[in-house]
Design a protein around this ligand. Structure first.
Ligand code: ADP
Ligand code: MG
Ligand code: ZN
Length: 512
């Protein structure tokens, strides 16, 4: 029998020659090393979990705390014949992210199957987008050492998440939990425009606050809802070709992104300096040892092959739908920051209001009732935000609402309550939402601002401290602070300090 000549055939009983698809580690860069000045080139791939109630292609709920394998169905466990459907909200959120980032929206994009084997991937493929993705281009401005810098985006695409392997050390077993399988993600891919760990961290933080602000993602880093792959290479300064990159997978902390990049810069520089090759490989960052390590080749041998996903029709966003989402976008962070600064708020406070979910809305609603932005801002910063943070609950879940904050601001403003009283009763107000004035009264905390009472106390203090009074009258006006302090003490903090000052000055001038 003539042995087969065709390359896709092999001889029976013989070893079929392995035809490798693209192999990793094949590319290397070698330089003459030494003291050549090198620059750092970084591109990020960021995965953000979309804020939907249910999964991308089925109606299973998304709930990170649930018992393993309770939120699954035939679609997200990859049963043969089960057909996916697309969650419309995920599509809307991806479009919203794209529009806020200045991308162009592809009105018709496609899903592909990205094939690989892993125990937590029941389908044997991830459903992702290759070409065209839902969004192309775009960018985000960050502050950089030389001023502001625009980081270009390559694309944003939709994809589903895998399940989780849980290692049970005690039983020496690895268990698979598929609750997360099918969770909707967007992957945001930048161009290699970042040049330092600071810039990469700044980009990741800025993108995070933007997407959280837009309610595209909950963005809880510790839950892995916002995570980043860092691609990093070095090249001689002035070189335009990219060097060989390392890809550090799955960082879910801003700090770790910075630390992993710093370590990689050192590691790659040392290789170049010795004239040794840098390998294109997939790395893992170990935050305890503060170093990156190459993943074992078995773990990284993802020879992805994309195929069109025949079970899903093209993803369509009509120009009208795009326009509707564009119009629904809230003012950008920059616009809002400018508005708040214009109201006289300090920059740190504007950041607080933008970062804390629901805070800006709370502020605006209070402002509509009591138009004193600085006073409301100060109360939120000092009392309300810390209280809600301590409870780790959204502002909307407390009975203390904008009406209550407006009332409190008003009581402080007219001198019915002092800061100290607010300090004492705020926790209770926050818990119960009861009437602030009534509560302060029941605790004997109403501020004494009645001028008659203040004048009487002022007279007593002056009589008890004749030397200080004389000093004041001889021109040492600073001593007034001491006398105010004495009146405040006498009133056990209940007196209105502004009124006390006025009462003292009047009394000191009168009895000259
Ligand atoms: P893959 O999907 O295989 O990881 P991509 O070409 O999509 O590769 O690139 C992924 C990310 O890596 C992008 O952010 C890109 O800008 C960045 N990147 C690509 N090549 C380099 C390089 N040589 N150095 C640094 N970043 C790179
Ligand atoms: Mg990658
Ligand atoms: Zn399901």
């Amino acid at each position: 029998m003539v042995p087969p000549k065709k390359t896709h055939l092999f001889d029976d009983g013989q070893k079929a020659p392995l035809k490798d698809a693209k192999r990793f580690n094949a590319k290397t860069t070698r330089t003459n090393g030494g003291d050549m000045a090198m620059e750092t080139v970084i591109g990020l791939e960021i995965h953000a979990q979309l804020k939907t109630k249910t999964k991308l292609f089925c109606s299973c709920a998304i709930s990170p705390g649930a018992e393993p394998n309770t939120l699954i169905c035939e679609v997200c466990t990859g049963q043969p014949g089960a057909l996916p459907r697309m969650n419309a909200k995920a599509l809307e959120l991806a479009t919203k992210a794209g529009l806020a980032l200045g991308c162009s929206i592809n009105h018709r994009s496609l899903f592909s199957r990205k094939n690989y084997f892993y125990p937590d991937l029941p389908n044997g493929f991830q459903t992702s987008q290759l070409d065209p993705p839902i969004c192309s281009g775009g960018g985000l401005e960050i502050s950089a050492p030389q001023g502001s810098k625009r980081v270009r985006l390559n694309r944003i695409h939709l994809e589903d998440d895998a399940g989780k392997c849980v290692h049970d050390e005690r039983r020496g077993k690895t268990l698979v939990d598929l609750n997360r399988a099918g969770t909707p993600l967007i992957e945001i891919v930048t161009e290699p425009d970042l040049s330092s760990s600071q810039e990469a961290m700044e980009f990741m933080k800025k993108l995070h606050s933007l997407l959280v602000f837009l309610e595209v993602t909950e963005g809880r880093l510790e839950e892995g809802e916002f995570r980043c792959d860092v691609n990093i290479s070095l090249r001689p300064q002035g070189e335009t070709k990219l060097g060989v990159r390392g890809e550090i997978k799955n960082l879910n902390s801003f700090r770790h992104v910075g630390q992993a990049i710093e370590y990689e810069i050192k590691r790659q520089s040392a290789l170049y300096a010795k004239g040794e090759p840098v390998l294109q490989e997939t790395l893992h960052f170990d935050p305890v040892r503060q170093e990156t390590r190459a993943l074992r080749s078995k773990e990284e041998a993802h020879d992805y092959r994309y195929f069109p996903q025949p079970d899903l029709p093209p993803v369509e966003v009509s120009p009208a739908e795009e326009e509707k989402i564009r119009l629904s976008l809230p003012a950008s962070v920059e616009e809002t920051t400018a508005r708040l600064l214009g109201l006289g708020l300090r920059e740190e406070l504007t950041t607080l209001l933008l970062d804390r979910k629901g805070a800006l809305d709370f502020f605006d609603r209070t402002l509509a009732l009591f138009p004193e932005p600085k006073k409301i801002g100060a109360l939120m910063e000092e009392f309300l935000l810390p209280a809600s943070l301590a409870q780790n609950a959204p502002l909307s879940s407390s009975p203390f609402q904008p009406e209550n904050l407006a009332q409190l601001a008003k009581l402080l403003d007219e001198g019915t309550l002092g800061r100290r009283a607010v300090q004492e009763i705020f926790a209770e107000l926050y818990e119960t939402g009861q009437d602030a004035e009534a509560l302060a009264k029941s605790k004997g905390l109403l501020q004494v601002s009645d001028m008659g009472a203040l004048a009487a106390m002022a007279a007593e203090v002056i009589a008890a401290h004749p030397e200080e009074a004389a000093k004041y009258r001889s021109g040492q006006e600073k001593i007034l602070g001491f006398l105010v302090g004495q009146v405040m003490r006498r009133s056990r903090g209940a007196a209105d300090p502004k009124g006390v000052g006025q009462a003292l000055i009047a009394a000191l001038n009168r009895t000259e």
